[in-house]
Design a protein around this ligand. Structure first.
Ligand code: UDP
Length: 518
C-alpha cells in the first residue's frame, strides 16, 4: 500500500526530469553545455555534468551562477546543476592537461589523438553513474560515439550535442554521405587542384568551397573515420539539441529535419540563457583586472568604433601571421581589442612589426589581452563595431546575439562552413579570404596586412556593404533575443523536448526506484 500511495503521489507530482550531460574537453563544447544545463534547470530539470577535475574547475563559476536562482528570474528555486567529477583517464598526457585549450604546437601532433583515447575511457564512470542514477536523458557530445550504445543499454535516450550551426551540420552530413572531393563535374578538372571549387550537393543554397578549405579524407583518414563513427552514432540517437534558433537558419532546420530525417530541437542562443550575460558577462576565470581594464578602455571610445580580434580557444598563429595581423590592425586605422591566446606569440620580438610596440605604448589605438578575454562583455559593449573571428560557432552566435557584424577568418573544423553561413546566407560578415583548412598544430598561409586592413575597412567603413551587414546584424540580434523569450521558438522547442522526455516515463517504470524502496 505504501508503495501504491507513493506511485499515485508521483503521478500527480512527478519528480523533476534528470538530465546527464557529457561534454567534450574543450571550452567551445563545455561552455554551451553549462549554459544549456542552466536553462534545463530554470525550466525545472535536475542536471548533472560529468567531467574531470580540471574541467570541473573551469566550469564551476558558471555552474555556481546557474544555481543562483536570482539569475533565472523565477520565484521558485530551480533544481540544482551538479558536477559529477571523475578522474581524467591516464592516456599519457601530462598531469592537468585535461582540456584541448592547453595544447600548443610544442606538445606534438599526436596529443589531440590522446584526447580522443581519453574520450573512449570515460565509459566506465559513465556506466557507474547510469547504473546508480538512471537519468531521464543523456545529452552527449557527438565526440562520445560510444555513449549511443551505452545509453541504449541503460534504456535511456541519448541526445546529441556538438555546438555547431545547423548549416554546418547539414554541410558535414553531405560531405560524409557523398564526399564530393572525389568527383569532378568537368572531366578536364584536376580533382586534386587546391583551387578547384567543390559544390556540396542537395543543400537549400548553392554552397561551394575551395578544395583547400575542406577536410580531405585522403589526407586525414583518422579524422574522417572519427567523424563517420560519430555520425553513425548520432543517427542511432534519440535526437539532437542545437545551439541555434529557427529564425536564423530556417531552410537548414527544414533540411536537417525533413531531408536528413533528424529529430532536432533548437534551443539557442544558449548564451542568452541568463538575462544579465550581456551586462555581467559570463562567469568564468577571466582575471578581474583584465575585464576592468578592457571595459574602461572601451568606455572612452565612440559607439561602433572598435574591432575585437579573437580566434577562440584552440587556434594558434605563427610569428609571420601575427606580424601581418599587427600590421593590418595598424593600417586599418581602427581601434582594436586583440586577444592573443596564451602560448602563442608571447615573445613580441619574434613578430612585432616596426613601430607596433610604440603604437601600443601610446595606449589609445589598441588593447591587447593575453590569455582569457571577457568575450560576451566585449561583444555587448556599445563601442564595438566589428568582430574578427575564426567562426567558431559559439563566437559567431554570440556576435549574432549582440548584433555585431564579423570579419571571418576560418581555420579548421566547421569554421569554413560557418563562414559560408555568416557571409553568404546571413550576410552579416565580410570574408578575409582564408584558403587553407589546417589544425592549430599545423601551418597556415600568411595573409597580408593590407588584406586584413581592407576587410576591416569594408566591414566598418561607411560604404554600402558595411551599412548592409550592420543593419542585418542588428535585425538578427533582435530575433535571437525573441527566440529565447517566453513564446519564442527556442523557448518552445525546449518545452516540447522536456514534455517529450517526461512522456517517455512509462507509468509503472520509473526513474525513482530509490523512493519506492523506502
Ligand atoms: N571565449 C572567451 N574568452 C576568450 C576566448 C574564448 O570567453 O578569450 C569563449 C567564447 O565566448 C566562446 C568560446 O570561448 O563561447 C569559444 O568557442 P568557439 O566555438 O567560438 O571557438 P573554439 O574555441 O571552440 O574554436
Amino acid at each position: 500500500h505504501a508503495s501504491m500511495a507513493t506511485r499515485d503521489e508521483q503521478r500527480q507530482h512527478p519528480l523533476p526530469l534528470h538530465i546527464l550531460f557529457l561534454p567534450f574537453f574543450a571550452p567551445g563544447h563545455l561552455i554551451p553545455v553549462v549554459d544549456m544545463a542552466a536553462i534545463f534547470s530554470a525550466r525545472g530539470a535536475r542536471c548533472t555534468i560529468l567531467t574531470t577535475p580540471v574541467n570541473a574547475d573551469i566550469i564551476r563559476p558558471a555552474v555556481d551562477r546557474a544555481n543562483d536562482s536570482d539569475c533565472h528570474g523565477t520565484d521558485s528555486p530551480s533544481p540544482a546543476v551538479d558536477i559529477f567529477v571523475v578522474p581524467f583517464p591516464d592516456v599519457g598526457l601530462p598531469p592537468g592537461m585535461e582540456n584541448l585549450m592547453f595544447l600548443t604546437p610544442a606538445h606534438g601532433a599526436e596529443c589531440p589523438l590522446k584526447f580522443i583515447q581519453a574520450v573512449q575511457l570515460l565509459r566506465e564512470p559513465f556506466d557507474r553513474f547510469m547504473a546508480a542514477n538512471r537519468p531521464d536523458a543523456v545529452v552527449s557530445d557527438s565526440f562520445f560515439s560510444w555513449s549511443a550504445d551505452a545509453a541504449a543499454e541503460h534504456g535511456v535516450p541519448r541526445l546529441v550535442f556538438l555546438g555547431s550551426s545547423v548549416f554546418a551540420r547539414c554541410c558535414s552530413e553531405t560531405m560524409l554521405r557523398t564526399n564530393p572531393l572525389e568527383t569532378t563535374t568537368n572531366p578536364d578538372d584536376d580533382p586534386d587542384d587546391d583551387a578547384r571549387l567543390v559544390s556540396l550537393p542537395g543543400l537549400p543554397h548553392r554552397v561551394q568551397l575551395r578544395r583547400s578549405q575542406m577536410m580531405d579524407p585522403r589526407k586525414r583518414p583518422a579524422m574522417w573515420a572519427f567523424h563517420k563513427d560519430n555520425d553513425a552514432a548520432d543517427q542511432r540517437s534519440f535526437g539532437e539539441v542545437l545551439n541555434s534558433f529557427h529564425e536564423l537558419e530556417p531552410d537548414y532546420v527544414e533540411h536537417f529535419r525533413t531531408t536528413l530525417g533528424r529529430r532536432a530541437w533548437l534551443v539557442g542562443p544558449v548564451a542568452l540563457a541568463s538575462k544579465d550575460m550581456a551586462k555581467r558577462g559570463r562567469p568564468d576565470n577571466t582575471e578581474a583586472h583584465v575585464t576592468e581594464g578592457c571595459l574602461r578602455w572601451m568606455d572612452r571610445k565612440p559607439a561602433g568604433s572598435v574591432v575585437y580580434v579573437s580566434f577562440g580557444t584552440f587556434t594558434s598563429f605563427s610569428p609571420a601571421e601575427l606580424r601581418e595581423l599587427a600590421r593590418g590592425l595598424d593600417l586599418s586605422g581602427k581601434d582594436f581589442v586583440w586577444v592573443i591566446s596564451s602560448g602563442t606569440g608571447t615573445d613580441g620580438s619574434e613578430w612585432m612589426p616596426e613601430g607596433f610596440a610604440e603604437l601600443m605604448a601610446r595606449g589609445d589605438r589598441g588593447f591587447i589581452i593575453r590569455g582569457w578575454a571577457p568575450q560576451t562583455l566585449i561583444l555587448n559593449h556599445h563601442a564595438l563595431g566589428g568582430f574578427m573571428t575564426h567562426c567558431g560557432w559559439n563566437s559567431a552566435l554570440e556576435a549574432v546575439s549582440a548584433g555585431v557584424p564579423m570579419v571571418t577568418w576560418p581555420r579548421y573544423a566547421d569554421q569554413f562552413y560557418n563562414e559560408k553561413l555568416i557571409v553568404e546566407v546571413l550576410k552579416v560578415g565580410v570574408s578575409i579570404g582564408a584558403k587553407d583548412f589546417a589544425s592549430p598544430l599545423e601551418g597556415h598561409e600568411v595573409i597580408g596586412g593590407e588584406v586584413i586592413a581592407g576587410s576591416i575597412g569594408r566591414l566598418m567603413g561607411s560604404g554600402e556593404e558595411g551599412d548592409a551587414v550592420r543593419k542585418k546584424a542588428k535585425d538578427l540580434s533582435v530575433k535571437a533575443r525573441s527566440a529565447m523569450e517566453k513564446g519564442g521558438s527556442s523557448y518552445g522547442d525546449f518545452g516540447r523536448l522536456m514534455d517529450e522526455l517526461m512522456a517517455r516515463r512509462s507509468p509503472g517504470e520509473d526513474t525513482t526506484p530509490l523512493i519506492l524502496q523506502k
